[in-house]
Structure formats: structure tokens, C-alpha cells
Design a protein around this ligand. Structure first.
Ligand code: MN
Length: 149
């Protein structure tokens, strides 16, 4: 964090003084073409406010965990899985991911998907689906067609 109180937007999904990081360490979990930016992170806030951008055709990790995500789509088009629900999402849509709910975001083939995500600063590590979990998820054809494990 730069320490500057005001950091101007440079472009859609880009801000001065905000570094663009890899979503996760390569090889740590399955994903495709995702970047991560930390917009706000300070101990007295108790939360981290991040911006993720999934490139066209890309996807975040299919995962679940005890901590909650509060998401607002900022730009682009895509879809997400939350539990057993698969929905198209676009700018300003809100997505709440409750504890231990399977979730995954995918960008459309034509456009990236950029979203803001609020999380507790102290949080547990995401869990990936086991073979049994995948079997359960795939029991729903709509979910089976959507997920990229
Ligand atoms: Mn997550």
C-alpha cells in the first residue's frame, strides 16, 4: 500500500499505486487467467478489499472455505457458481458467498470479468473439491456444465 489517501483510477480496473499480482501462486490451485489487486488492507479495518480480473475465457478456482465473500461486479461479463446456482453476472451485480459454499467465477469468452471482493483479513485457506465433492457437484447437469475443476 502506497500510504496515499487518494489513488486515482487510471483506467477501468486500474488504480495508481496498486500493483497487479498473480491471483494465486502458479500450480497452487487450478485457475485460468486471473489477476489480483489489493485496494484496501489495513489492520484496523479487519477486512481486505480486493479487485480480481478474470481474462476472457478464464476462470477462478472452484473452492470453498469458512470465510465469506462479498462481491460486486465492476466490469465485463461472466457467470458464477454459488452453491448449486449458476448465474450470468455483469456490472454492479452483487454476489454473497456464505461459509463453505462452493463458488467459481468465469469470464465470458468475449469479455473479461472484473469484480470487487471483500473478505476478512484473517481467514482460513480455501479447500479444493475432492473426487467425491466433484461427483456431488456434477450430479446437477447445470453445475456440471459450468465448473472448471
Ligand atoms: Mn473464495
Amino acid at each position: 500500500m502506497s500510504g496515499k489517501a487518494i489513488r486515482q483510477a487510471i483506467d477501468a480496473g486500474r488504480w495508481e499505486g496498486v500493483e497487479i499480482h498473480a491471483y494465486k501462486p502458479e500450480g497452487s490451485a487450478p485457475f485460468r487467467d486471473v489477476t489480483r489487486q489489493v485496494l484496501f488492507s489495513r489492520p484496523d479495518l479487519g477486512c481486505d478489499w480486493r479487485y480480481f480480473e478474470v481474462g476472457a475465457g478464464g476462470h477462478s478456482t472452484l473452492e470453498r472455505h469458512a470465510h465469506v465473500h462479498a462481491v460486486m461486479v465492476l466490469r465485463g461479463r461472466g457467470a458464477c457458481l454459488v452453491g448449486s446456482e449458476v448465474r450470468a453476472v455483469g456490472p454492479h451485480d452483487l454476489v454473497e458467498i456464505a461459509p463453505w459454499t462452493w463458488h467459481q467465477f468465469r469470464a465470458s469468452e468475449a469479455e473479461p470479468l472484473g469484480f470487487l471482493c471483500l473478505v476478512n483479513a484473517e481467514r482460513d485457506r480455501p479447500v479444493l473439491p475432492s473426487a467425491d465433492d466433484l461427483k456431488g457437484l456434477r450430479a446437477d447437469p447445470k453445475v456440471a456444465a459450468f465448473i472448471r475443476p
